[in-house]
Design a protein around this ligand. Structure first.
Ligand code: SFD
Ligand code: AMP
Length: 624
């Protein structure tokens, strides 16, 4: 077992993660910290230039409200999110992000992000709320601003954060380890701002064998946010609201530009448009079945019904859409030019954010102007910033939040001094990249205020740190101790390697908690079985073994996924209805129950007793 040096860093404001939320927090916190002479420190498991969901780039900014230009009102956005989430959303949080998001977008443009412009110099919209960008370098641009604000000396990269440090009921920082050097890190802080993304590979992915690892959501976001907040004892919300995006099949290319910008249709193997042939089904989900646009989960559901009836494959009719758009140009020469333009936009949409989809098109001889491409529902992900909603239950802003949604500081979780944003904060969907950055800024400002008003450095017990160090590094010790006892180091009665552990977790979730194989369906007996198997898995997690630092990270990623899984299963079990068909379907409670379940389903883990508590929280509306 190598000797691990302990590195201790004491700071005022600690930012965990280096993605969109954290980069927003960094620029804002740096500004307010300077005025108050405070130190801000950021820690990322990767390099912030290309970390998080935006690593590969994006082709659209999905949240732009256009408030100043009078394009939309805050109420318009609230209603959009409320309807898309089947009525379950924290409208105070949504409004707070929506009123700040345009400023983030303007900053991106100022920092150098190319946003598409029309002839009049206005932004080119993909849809009502979405802007088209040349976004290959989106993350590099946003990270550069964060780096400039903090200074590289305050940014620690390639450190995997595992656990919170606590001083009684106050968060006192975090511990983790370097994935490059034998160093254990202890970050002590007055306030902790956390945006470590959502989770993927909790469920078995569709990709297997040679494609294993390919998923829509980035494989490096592994549930660290949910784990961190749960272990700190924070209340969580919407843990049942997973997200299942419909994507181009196998390489997960985005569909938004096709549906919204190119106005494409999707049809089944018989050429039928399920949005028309299955329209009647929407009446079972009123009032949300009647809103425009049809909520994302219901769009999914109509498609899934066709697939379950054996009417697949489902095709995005790219050839039809491109021909239709080019036909709008009357002059033949101009029409040919338009056709070329559309073709190049179609390829760029993928090259900007899902390069593998462009590769798949190239290697399967697809020319989108000639041939349709298959689309399919992906496996479930946890992403509070997109069309899912899972995350921590955080305080709203003082001026907008109803009384029971406000406890002192915007975006503070129910644990003192622990703030969350982006995928880490729940019930405020449809923030996407821009809204996550805006929410990070909100968190940055509120976090500094907390720090100024709670200026004593929390106490950290040295025994607590030593115990965490031993527990976190244990997988390396276990491997060293037993590795020579078998000829194949993968097979050993004394330990389990993280990949096998992950397969076990994914099999449980896939089969019992409504994954791809079970057609996204589950029920009370299935969920109870899942909990039973998860408790055995938890026991076996003590036997995880790591050959090196990289595998140590893999061990802890999978422990974190397991906790995300448990919160999910418990909450689906608690909510005795089906509200989001197309995300999951509870076969024993197949209908939506507005009288009993138009509430938030929250949960909390008590680190002292090890017990879980489930609770309902009321929904307050900000507008009609
Ligand atoms: O169209 C640790 N999103 C899109 N948003 C848009 O605005 N437009 C799009 O076009 C988007 N598309 C899209 C999107 C997401 C994904 C996965 C794809 C495509 C394939 C959504 C946004 O990307 C998303 O809303 C934001 O990125 C959320 O921000 P944030 O900050 O909550 O998460 P992050 O950016 O992934 O960053 C997470 C950070 O945490 C780090 N981290 N650090 C230390 N220790 C640990 N244990 C850690 N675990 C994680 C990460 O390294 C990272 O820095 S479209 O297809 O929908
Ligand atoms: P996506 O590429 O699927 O992530 O979509 C990008 C944006 O477009 C998100 O805001 C989606 O909610 C929205 N969107 C995608 N498809 C549709 C659709 N068919 N109708 C309305 N909005 C959509």
């Amino acid at each position: 077992m190598p000797n691990f040096q302990t590195v201790e860093i004491t700071t005022d404001v600690l930012i965990l993660g280096g993605g969109m939320g954290s980069c927003g927090a960094a620029v804002e916190a740096a500004y307010w910290a300077k005025k108050n002479n405070l130190k801000v420190t950021l820690v990322d498991k990767a390099a912030i230039d290309r970390s998080g969901a935006v690593a590969m780039g994006l082709s659209a900014i999905n949240q732009y409200v256009g408030l100043k230009d009078g394009q939309n009102t805050l109420e318009d956005y609230i209603r959009y999110v409320r309807n898309d989430l089947m009525g379950i959303t924290r409208e105070d949080l949504v409004a707070n992000i929506a009123r700040n998001v345009d400023a983030s977008v303007h900053l991106f443009e100022k920092w150098g992000l190319p946003i598409w412009k029309d002839e009049k110099g206005g932004y080119v919209h993909e849809g009502r709320w979405q802007l088209m960008i040349n976004g290959e370098s989106y993350k590099v641009i946003v990270a550069e601003a964060a780096k400039n604000a903090l200074g590289m000396e305050n940014i620690h990269e390639r450190i995997f954060i595992v656990e919170p440090l606590m001083d009684g009921d106050r968060c006192a920082g975090a511990v983790g380890f370097s994935v490059r050097e034998n160093k254990f890190y202890v970050f002590k802080s007055k306030v902790t701002l956390m945006a470590m993304g959502g989770a993927v590979h909790v469920f078995k992915p569709r990709s297997s064998g040679e494609g294993l690892g390919r998923a829509w959501y980035p494989p490096w976001n592994s549930g660290s946010s949910a784990y961190f907040t749960l272990r700190a004892g924070a209340e969580m919300t919407c843990q049942e609201v997973r997200f299942i995006p419909v994507r181009f099949k196998d390489a997960y290319g985005p569909v938004g530009a096709w549906f919204l910008l190119f106005k494409a249709r999707a049809t089944n193997g018989l050429g039928e448009n399920y949005m028309e042939t299955r329209k009647g089904e929407l009446e079972n989900w009123v009032p949300y079945g009647r809103v425009k646009p049809v909520p994302a989960n219901l769009r999914n559901y109509l498609m899934m019904l066709d697939v379950m009836d054996g009417k697949g494959p489902i095709f995005m009719r790219t050839e039809e859409a491109i021909q239709n758009l080019s036909k709008l140009v009357p002059d033949e020469k101009e029409r040919k030019k338009k056709l070329k333009e559309l073709e190049s936009e179609a390829w760029e949409d993928f090259l900007d954010m899902t390069i593998s989809q462009a590769l798949l098109w190239a290697c399967t001889d697809v020319q989108p102007e000639e041939k349709s491409s298959e689309i399919a529902a992906a496996e479930p992900y946890f992403i509070g910033s997109h069309s899912g909603a899972s995350g921590a239950w955080v305080s709203g802003p003082e001026d907008l939040a109803p009384k029971d949604y406000f406890w002192g500081y915007a975006n503070m979780s129910t644990v003192k001094g622990l703030f969350c944003a982006g995928d880490a904060s729940g019930a405020s969907s449809h923030k996407f990249s821009s809204g996550s950055h805006a929410e990070g800024r909100i968190m940055g400002k509120a976090g500094v205020k907390f720090c100024v008003e709670n200026s004593t450095q929390p106490k950290v017990d040295a025994g607590q740190v030593e115990a965490l160090k031993a527990e976190i590094l244990a997988p390396m010790e276990l491997f060293e101790k037993h590795k020579n006892e078998t000829t194949d180091p993968d097979i050993n009665p004394n330990y389990i390697r993280p990949k096998m552990f992950m397969f076990r977790l994914q099999k449980i979730m896939d089969e019992y908690a409504g994954g791809v194989t079970s057609q996204f369906k589950t029920s009370k007996p299935n969920l109870e079985k899942a909990l039973d198997l998860l408790s055995v898995l938890r026991e076996d997690s003590k036997k995880l073994a790591a050959e090196d630092l990289h595998e140590l990270m893999r061990c802890w990623e999978n422990v974190q996924r397991m906790w995300q899984a448990e919160a999910h299963v418990r909450t689906i079990l608690f909510r005795e209805e089906t509200r989001w068909p197309g995300y999951y379907f509870r076969t024993d409670t197949p209908k939506m129950d507005e009288s009993n379940w138009k509430v938030f389903a929250n949960c909390k883990y008590d680190p002292k007793s090890g017990n879980w508590e489930m609770m309902k929280r009321p929904i307050h509306r900000l507008c009609e």
